[in-house]
Design a protein. Sequence first.
Length: 325
Amino acid sequence: MIKPTLVVENLKTFFFTRMGVVKAVDGVSFSVLPGKILGLVGESGSGKTVTGLSILGLVDPPGKIVGGKISLKGKNIVALHEEYMRRLRGSKISMIFQDAMTALHPLLRIDTQIIEALRAHQSMTNSVAIDHALNALMKVGIPDAQKRLKHYPHQLSGGMRQRVAIAIAMLHQPDLIIADEPTTALDVTIQAQILYETKKLCKKRGTSLIWITHDLSLVAGLVDEVCVMYAGKFVESGKVDDVLDRPLHPYTMGLIDSLPSRNPRGKALSQISGMPPSLLNLPSGCAFRDRCPRADKICEQSPEERIIFPGRLVSCFHPCLDRKV
């Protein structure tokens, strides 16, 4: 039996602010097998990025992991010393951040940043490191890569900076990559190239990937399984084709119905009514009930996660069993 690369059990990450406790991630559980891609989907503020940062141990104060377990290849990494986590980051776990301007050092040339990332985990000569850096930039489709190595981040476009960040994350072919909407700033052609290289890496090396996004059309052609997140919790999960073809949670259905391809030309796009609740002041019971067309009195209680179909988990008292996409 193949063992998962990553197992997250009942993870809770809270932020202790002056105004109260923000439950950014509140009891999520999932696993990722070698060579597989898991998608985390949801609106902004649902807890997707904080989940990724928690796995890497990069949650800054006043944030703190207050419960749960994160196992990388069978080893619980929640309570590991910071020095050990630093050795894991980049070599065993990499993250591709959404904002390349914060991921790259503005005062260092691109070749310097890539070589430093290489030498932090491997012993190699400068010439070998430069060859690795050049090859990494070419893989992510940067034209005239030899010249770009000598540039500073401000001399590159936003899309090129993002590709450099992706190249650095893939340098050591880690066991797990966490990608936080990494292709947002890229055009469609380059996005397709990045997705191709990512899937090839996962298949060839058995690298596991967590892809954080709000783009359901991208998820459909990339991931193997998907978890839909709302207000710090998973509301639905399962194989991507099953979830997108037959969504069970009203929130998932709302996300799919809001896609432009699902709406007639010339008419206003369908949208989920209302706004996501403040994590400082969540409503009692189901956090989605104030926006849900199916909500009734029972939704004032907290729904338990349950299996509706094999491999399909949903947290809802009124799943959409009567609808198919």
